[in-house]
Ligand binder design. Structure first.
Ligand SMILES: Cc1ncc(COP(=O)(O)O)c(C=O)c1O
Length: 439
């Protein structure tokens, strides 16, 4: 098949898109897809692409894992919808049990399912407010929590929230302790202590602690550029929340299900959240999310105030159960660690080779990224270079995506079932693109 034909089919899909779809819907990569398997996407023209995006962190178990496909097919022949409020079914309870088994929040954990990550966030905030009888919520700079009105209010990057305010009231923002971007004299623990001190004074200068219902953060910021919360900071934050009766919410939508090398990042960080939110890889691509939490907090939600027609849809529920079973079978967390170690090594080499362009390499497990900056100075983001590199990757057979407030961070969210050979080949293509523009 000639290159010309290859480009034409994908290009014609983009032409149709222009006619039918609002311009504002973003294009993160110029690729198309007709079918996919594991870590390989076949585009509309039959070209095989190595997938470093995983549908934005949704495909940790790979494209179309066979047991998940089979479970969805079999369920579709039984019933597609009932509404769990109308008729209960075991598929819902089985998925709930699977989630609670791998992600316990102390002695007793409860879960509600949602249709998306943003909807999980909405419900987490509702429940935290009802449990505490307080209204304020504290979120972080560079945070991303989704695109519904509350989730967008909690989100930091203005590019995601321009022009549709007013936003939800009673949301306060503090600096994320992004140690990788810090260039001062403090070590990580002292840096964390300073941020906790700043939060204590925030309670005097902005909002009293006794009015704060919840503090919400991503253990590794996804869209914000893969900044990892320091363990010491999170543990201190846990203590502070205990001291003031504040609900600690961890948003694990992007970090979950093996991505960081454990089911949840919190399990490596030595804290248990009161509430956590999940979506993306939990259903291998089915539209499903969840709010989990300590049972007494989840039970504080007022009857009639949470729910929805499709929550816990049976096709999604069997996808969740089959995904978790499959992930256990292939030891997804070990895969996350393994894939992460290869990516980390290659990204560190890249930084050593191109210090004038790459200012930081960071992440946790297989949630790895590098930041592109002018003069290798992290204060001078280079989003243009990032765009050029992702475009060249696409031309050479890799779907790569960016993140970060300035769109200057190349992140890797490849399916964790990627083979070493595919991964190294994809990293070779990425390295060639960096070399091409940075030589
Ligand atoms: C950390 C985090 N929270 C929430 C969301 C929103 O999830 P969804 O797109 O399923 O609404 C995302 C999506 O990227 C995310 O990364």
């Amino acid at each position: 098949m000639s290159t010309e034909v290859v480009m034409n089919k994908t290009a014609s899909l983009y032409e149709r898109r222009k006619q039918l779809v609002p311009n504002a819907l973003g294009i993160f990569n110029p690729s198309s897809i007709s079918h996919a398997s594991g870590a390989i996407v076949y585009d509309a023209d039959g070209r095989a692409l190595i997938d470093f995006a995983g549908g934005i962190g949704v495909l940790n178990a790979g494209h179309c894992p066979e047991p998940v496909v089979r479970a969805i097919q079999q369920q579709a022949e039984k019933f597609i919808h009932a509404c769990f409020n109308v008729s209960i079914y075991e598929q819902y309870l089985d998925a709930a049990q699977h989630m609670i088994d791998i992600l316990p929040h102390g002695d007793a954990t409860k879960i509600m399912f949602t249709n998306s990550g943003a909807e999980a966030i909405e419900n987490a905030i509702k429940i935290a407010r009802q449990a505490t009888g307080r209204s304020a919520v504290i979120a972080y700079t560079q945070a991303f929590h989704g695109r519904t009105l509350m989730a967008a209010t909690l989100t930091s990057k203005v590019g995601y929230k321009t022009g549709f305010g007013p936003y939800a009231p009673e949301i306060y923002r503090i600096d994320f302790p992004a140690f990788a971007a810090y260039e001062g004299p403090l070590d990580e623990d002292s840096f964390s202590d300073l941020h906790i001190e700043n939060l204590r004074s925030f309670f005097n200068t902005h909002i009293p602690a006794k009015q704060v219902a919840a503090i919400i953060l991503e253990p590794v910021q996804g869209e914000g550029g893969f900044h990892v919360v320091p363990k010491h900071y999170l543990q201190q934050l846990r203590n502070l929340c205990n001291e003031h009766g504040i609900v600690l919410i961890l948003d694990e939508v992007q970090t979950g299900f093996g991505r960081t090398g454990s089911w949840g990042a919190y399990q490596q960080l030595g804290v248990i959240p009161d509430i956590s939110t999940w979506a993306k890889s939990m259903g291998s691509g089915m539209p499903v999310g969840a709010v989990m939490g300590k049972a007494h907090i989840m039970d504080a939600a007022i009857a009639g105030t949470i729910g929805g027609t499709y929550l816990g849809n049976p096709l999604c529920m069997v996808a969740v159960s089959a995904t978790i079973n499959y992930m256990k079978e292939i030891d997804i967390n070990a895969k996350g660690m393994h894939v992460g170690s290869i990516i980390r090594k290659r990204f560190m080499q890249l930084r050593d080779n191109y210090p004038q362009h790459i200012s930081s390499v960071r992440g946790m497990g297989a949630m790895m990224a590098f930041e592109l900056s002018y003069d290798g100075d992290i204060r001078k983001p280079n989003g243009d270079l990032c765009k050029k590199i992702t475009q060249r990757c696409y031309e050479n057979g890799v779907i790569a995506i960016s993140s970060g407030i300035h769109g200057n961070v190349i992140r890797n969210l490849a399916p964790l079932v990627i083979t070493d050979e595919q991964l190294e080949r994809g990293l070779d293509i990425l390295e060639e693109a960096v070399a091409y523009y940075c030589k």
